[in-house]
Design a protein around this ligand. Structure first.
Ligand code: ADP
Ligand code: MG
Length: 339
């Protein structure tokens, strides 16, 4: 009998990886936005059609790529961001797995246009289901524009699994908002079809929160600031009036990466004890800066979960810092002695 095990062709391996990295249009948008930020962009434009099912386009004015790098960027495990395993413990960029573009190109039709400032001409590359269809020099502005068309065109099961446009659009907007909050210094816009949803100038965090959430937030934000040897906290928490029954307006960033942490969410909520009803969720946009060697963000492909060395200490610092911020701003409720 002959041996029967074979290595999978790249296109299939990429498609399998895509199942983890690209669940829906919003996950593709997240990866493209992170790449634009990593490329040092100061201006990022997003254009969406059919809730991302037809088009997700991200245009940045970042450092661009050479023609060879443009081609390489679609190979799996191809990255300019880490070189050695030690680098995994000192990650300063959003990306590092080198999987996103390979995964996206495995399940969509992708057009990349990219040019470095120093180059006369840029490169236009078409790739479809991991297959390069065309690559040509082209006159282009500095930076990178990536258009992801017909997501899951070759994976009908996935395509059918996508939710309504309203639901997918909500996820896209959430993803956009997270990056916009994490980077108020970057000018950003979001268009859906021909409609402008956001046009955000470079600004302070406070101005960015107001631009995204609404004018009523302007007078409702309390600054939070704390520096401990291990951890720096900054950002804003909402006055108790901003607390809502529904979750969703809680933004926690660790080293500028949006993360979900029920544990630290709990730390924030305990700081509000006695200020809001226990079934309400406070508004917050908080940034934790921690030495990358104390965290592990490599636990999940979408990198929204991380592990901390010392969760309990962080919990304590967060709670104390917020308690202090809230206490300094709030008048103790007066008690009526109606005797
Ligand atoms: P990762 O971000 O994990 O490195 P990606 O697949 O997202 O992996 O990207 C692969 C590589 O392509 C990146 O390391 C980077 O060098 C390059 N790249 C991707 N997007 C951009 C962009 N918008 N501008 C410049 N370079 C980019
Ligand atoms: Mg990336």
């Amino acid at each position: 009998m002959s041996d029967i095990i074979q290595l999978l062709p790249d296109a299939i391996a990429n498609q399998i990886a895509a199942g983890e990295v690209v669940q829906r249009p919003a996950s593709a948008l997240k990866e493209l936005l992170e790449n634009a930020v990593d490329a040092g962009a100061t201006h990022i434009q997003v254009l969406i059609k059919e809730a991302g099912k037809q088009l997700i386009q991200v245009i940045d004015n970042g450092k661009g790529m050479s023609g060879t790098d443009a081609r390489m960027s679609f190979e799996r495990h191809a990255t300019s961001k880490i070189r050695a395993s030690e680098d995994l413990f000192a990650i300063k960029t959003f990306g590092f797995r080198g999987e996103a573009l390979a995964s996206i190109a495995a399940v969509a039709q992708v057009e990349m246009k990219t040019k470095r400032a120093a180059d006369e001409l840029g490169t236009r590359l078409l790739i479809e289901g991991s297959e390069v269809k065309e690559q040509k020099p082209a006159a282009l502005p500095d930076g990178t524009a990536i258009a992801v068309k017909n997501l899951f065109f070759n994976v009908p099961a996935r395509r059918n699994f996508l939710k309504s446009n309203a639901v997918e659009m909500r996820h896209l907007v959430e993803e956009f908002q997270r990056v916009a909050l994490a980077h108020p210094e970057i000018k950003m816009s979001l268009h859906q079809q021909d409609m402008e949803l956001y046009q955000l100038p470079a600004s302070s965090l406070q101005q960015r929160i107001v631009a995204l959430m609404g004018k009523q937030y302007r007078s409702q934000l309390i600054a939070a600031q704390e520096e401990s040897p291990f951890l720096t906290i900054s950002g804003f928490v909402g006055k108790p009036e901003l607390a809502r029954k529904t979750k969703g307006e809680q933004y926690l960033f660790v080293n500028h990466r949006y993360i979900r942490s029920p544990y630290l969410h709990h730390a924030v909520c305990t700081a509000y004890e006695g200020l809001i009803a226990s079934d309400l969720h406070p508004f917050y946009v908080l940034f934790l800066e921690i030495d990358p060697k104390h965290i592990d963000i490599n636990v999940h492909p979408t990198k929204t979960e991380i592990k901390f060395d010392d969760e309990r200490t962080i919990y304590g610092v967060v709670k104390t810092a917020l308690r202090q911020a809230l206490g300094g701003h709030l008048v103790v409720p007066t008690i009526d002695f109606d005797l």
